[in-house]
Design a protein around this ligand. Structure first.
Ligand SMILES: [Zn+2]
Length: 104
């Protein structure tokens, strides 16, 4: 949804840009004889666009603790991806041996 505001058709009889707000509050829209002193949005922002912006408000960075074994950053309540331990014992074998084929 990337539409230029300049391509939006104006109602007929509109005067030069910046002096009016087309599609304001009905037929009695305010027509300034000069440019509005405020920066005013041309169009109402849709609920979809507002919701998409606000969807990002809750995002936070993931919590990181340091591993008690290797002191690498590790997410809480997870097996350490660096040394493969949890609760003081090794539960996952972390080695470079891969039995499948990919780049690293
Ligand atoms: Zn570790």
């Amino acid at each position: 949804m990337h539409r230029s505001l300049a391509s939006v058709p104006r109602p007929s009889g509109a005067v030069e840009p910046g002096s009016t707000r087309p599609g304001g509050s009905g037929p009695a829209a305010v027509r300034y004889p000069f440019a509005s002193p405020m920066a005013v949005p041309k169009q109402k922002q849709s609920h979809s666009r507002t919701s998409k912006r606000r969807a990002q408000h809750k995002i936070t960075a993931p919590a990181l603790n340091s591993c008690p074994q290797c002191h690498q950053p590790r997410r809480p309540h997870r097996v350490c991806p660096h040394c493969g331990t949890y609760g003081g014992r090794e539960v996952v074998d972390v080695s470079d041996v891969h039995d499948h084929d990919h780049d690293h």
